[in-house]
Ligand binder design. Structure first.
Ligand code: NAD
Length: 382
């Protein structure tokens, strides 16, 4: 199953690490550590093999992919020997990267993205192309009547309005090109009634939002523990310090608010109440792609006895995120091949703020994912 992986934000840290990783797996130069689809419970014939993944994408930046890979190697995010060994493959992927369309109306830009996607699919004779948003986090958009349904959206776009935030414009273009869509960011993406209806009309599955790779991953394991032991969490405060492109974007208040919102949701929904405290994200340039999260939890036990726990997480964000991007592309491609339409709540395991997911407990999400892939491998799940 030849599968295109079209990355919006293709020259960013997560995308570049994903492309280098995908090429390295294809060449047998690395092990699939961090790729959950290679675990025995998930592995199977319904998923496109790494060798069948073909990469392309859009970006507003123009830095060559080989330079981005070298910079990530210099920063210790990926091994320098891989950037060197894969230089020719990276140059080949470069041929399939396109500048983000600028100028003209939003309708013109969406049509240009759709044309790029269709040409990519035809050029490589792909069975399907999964569009994955890994571009910079954007602030929440202002409401617009065009968000309500497909007719209102088409009318607003035809009228020349700036209707959609960039992530949603890519999602719209993906749907118009007949491509399943995954949002690895907290941006709006396909989360508008008009776009969800369009995806349903076109028979497309989609998944999101916001990859769960660090502090929130740990929270989604710990919060159910407190809930199941009937311990009262009084406060949960977290500080995230990070650099890199994502850190710089999140220094901007609108993007920061979108991310913080996404990170706290797991607590309210798992515990059934919202403890005191909040999550902070601070930009520290020197940390680059390596993030430190420090969380302090205070809780009460029997007879109201107060206790506390704290944890510190030191993660390399792109190394944690990139294998999940590959997993999501493979799973969403398989879901599309099986005829799934609409949101894929079975992929909640991967996200901080999953669409239509009844639970934030990682173990329950894991079981749902295992059942889903089992059905896919058995030829079902459609
Ligand atoms: N790394 C993680 O663990 C993790 C976890 C969850 C979510 N995310 C999200 O993934 C995204 C990517 O993270 P990153 O570290 O790679 O960030 P990055 O800043 O390195 O990369 C973002 C890329 O998007 C490009 N871009 C910006 N606007 C664009 C547009 N309109 N069209 C096309 N490209 C555009 C930028 O030029 C850049 O190359 C962020 O939104 C981040 O919040 C990352």
């Amino acid at each position: 199953m030849r599968t295109g992986v079209w990355l919006v934000g293709a020259r960013g840290s997560v995308a570049t690490t994903g492309i280098v990783g995908g090429l390295a797996l294809r060449a047998g130069l690395t092990a699939p550590t961090g790729c959950v689809t290679e675990l025995p419970d998930l592995r199977g014939p319904a998923l496109p093999p790494f060798a069948d993944l073909v990469f392309g994408g859009h970006d507003v930046a123009t830095t060559p992919l080989t330079k981005r890979a070298e910079a990530l190697a210099a920063a210790g995010v990926l091994p320098g020997r891989l950037a060197a060994a894969l230089a020719a493959d990276l140059a080949a992927v470069e041929e399939d990267l396109r500048p983000a369309p600028t100028g003209g109306s939003q309708a013109d830009r969406a049509a240009a993205v759709t044309a790029d996607l269709t040409a990519f699919r035809d050029r490589h004779r792909l069975d399907r192309v999964v569009v994955v948003n890994v571009s910079a986090t954007e602030p929440a958009p202002s409401p617009h009547p065009g968000h309500a349904d497909p007719d209102a959206l088409r009318a607003a776009l035809a009228g020349g309005d700036e209707v959609l935030p960039p992530s949603s414009l890519y999602a719209y273009a993906a749907v118009e090109a007949g491509c399943p869509y995954v949002d690895f960011t907290p941006s709006t993406g396909l989360r508008l009634p008009a776009l969800a209806a369009l995806a349903a009309q076109r028979g497309l599955p989609y998944a999101g939002h916001d990859g769960k790779t660090g502090e929130t991953l740990v929270k989604s394991v710990l919060a159910p523990m407190f809930a199941m032991r009937h311990l009262a969490v009084r406060s949960w405060s977290g500080v995230n310090l990070l650099g890199g492109g994502d850190g710089a974007t999140l220094a901007e208040p609108g993007a920061n608010a979108a991310k913080v919102d996404s990170k706290q949701r797991v607590l309210g929904e798992t515990l059934g109440y919202v403890p005191q405290g909040g999550t902070r994200i601070d930009y520290v340039e020197d940390l680059g792609d390596f993030k430190t999260a420090w969380d302090l939890i205070t809780f009460a036990g029997f007879l109201g006895t107060g206790m506390r726990m704290e944890f510190t997480w030191h993660g390399c964000d792109s190394a944690l995120a990139a294998p999940l991007v590959l997993d999501l592309a493979r799973l969403t491609a398989a879901a599309h091949a099986a005829g799934r339409v609409g949101p894929l709540p079975e992929l909640a395991f991967f996200f901080k703020d999953p669409i239509d997911a009844p639970t934030h407990s990682l173990s329950e999400q894991w079981q749902r994912l295992v059942d889903f892939t089992r059905e896919l491998h058995a030829g079902g799940a459609g």
